[in-house]
Write a protein that binds this ligand. Structure first.
Ligand code: AMP
Ligand code: FES
Ligand code: ZN
Ligand code: ZN
Length: 328
């Protein structure tokens, strides 16, 4: 197996491109795909302050690394969700990565600051764990990005994630979600700009990127994910991809090119009557936003200010400083 660029020994084959790559040209290929997503969708402008939501998994650590490699000024945001050992370990991977590169990591501890964790909070609120988890994360991503004065919030969603979500939304014709399933959502009152620069890479590629770059990441899946329908959608798409390499890519990018715009009027209409939540000020269609209702039903409470801990590792040359609390 030879590298398509230099004819040296290849370490990975990418069947949808019918190409093999050596380590260096694989890295170059990953950077090229991320750069292409950024420029095609106008995701990040030079000089933007970027906040990367990092879970400690392969995708978010890969995109943090790639953005820094590409010269962007990118800090990390980790949210401790209180999912037992899984959260403890995932936080360690995020911190170790930040420490090893001297990058700034912002941390929000959901149980410590809001008084509930995902397992017990979702039970108390009678919501599926992934739904309570997704709602909590989205709210805290938005709040942390806005409070921190960031221009853009990055998540590590990859091609497999986006194709699986599209598959589910199409199977059930959730047209209101189809109009919002874009790799970039512009900033609007109360929402930061949100982008997914990994949409041109699969999770096999982000895993290979981390392994070859020596990035340690949490391999385990979230223990609460059992029964999550996206897992079966991913498996179904993987079966199709084996028989028809490139199917995922053409499904997702075909949707973006040819169909997404058909659904945006409906999604935009949904957002016209947003007002400020009477409890936290976030945009909502109800009097009190879904996050505040979840906090109440989960038996939690609101902190007096957004509780973000800051830490920066020693690799940048500076001596390690103690964590500070932004609210003070
Ligand atoms: P998931 O919703 O678990 O598929 O994760 C999608 C993306 O959300 C990841 O690639 C990260 O960018 C972000 N993310 C997930 N979990 C966390 C977390 N605990 N803290 C910060 N970001 C997260
Ligand atoms: Fe759904 Fe963890 S709570 S994946
Ligand atoms: Zn090569
Ligand atoms: Zn609220």
């Amino acid at each position: 197996m030879k590298c398509v660029t230099c004819r040296g020994p290849a370490v990975i084959d990418i069947r949808r491109q019918n190409a093999n790559y050596c380590v260096d040209h694989f890295f170059e290929q990953c950077r090229r795909q991320v750069n292409r997503a950024i420029s095609d969708w106008d995701m990040i402008s030079p000089g933007d302050r970027v906040l990367v939501a990092v879970s400690g998994g392969k995708d978010s650590l890969a995109i943090w690394d790639l953005l820094v490699e590409l010269g962007h000024q990118a800090d990390g945001l980790y949210i401790g969700l209180g999912i037992g050992d899984y959260s403890d370990v995932s936080g360690q991977y995020a911190r170790e990565f930040a420490d090893s590169r001297g990058l700034l990591l912002r941390t929000i501890d959901l149980p410590g600051s809001y008084g509930y964790d995902i397992p017990s909070g979702s039970r108390a609120a009678r919501r599926a764990p992934c739904s309570a988890c997704g709602l909590s994360k989205r709210h805290l991503f938005d709040t942390a990005a806005l409070e921190g004065g960031y221009d853009v919030l990055v998540t590590g969603h990859n091609l497999d994630d986006e194709a699986a979500v599209l598959f589910g939304n199409t199977l059930h014709w959730h047209t209101e979600y189809l109009g919002r399933q874009l790799p970039v959502l512009p900033a609007r009152a109360g929402f930061p700009k949100k982008v997914k620069p990994l949409v041109r890479l699969t999770e096999r590629e982000t895993a290979a990127y981390c392994v070859l770059r020596g990035i340690d990441y949490l391999v385990d899946e979230c223990p609460m994910a059992a029964g999550n329908r996206h897992i079966s959608y991913k498996e179904a798409l993987n079966d199709i991809e084996v028989r028809s390499p490139g199917a995922k890519h053409s499904f997702y990018f075909g949707f973006l090119d040819r169909a997404a715009a058909l659904f945006t009027p409906e999604a935009d209409a949904d957002r016209e009557d947003l007002t400020a939540c009477t409890s936290c000020g976030a945009p909502t269609t109800a009097e009190v936003c879904a996050f505040c209702r979840l906090v109440d039903r989960a038996g939690g409470h609101h902190p007096s200010a957004v509780p973000v801990q800051l830490s920066r590792g020693p690799a940048a040359g500076a001596s390690r400083r103690p964590s500070t609390n932004e609210e003070s």
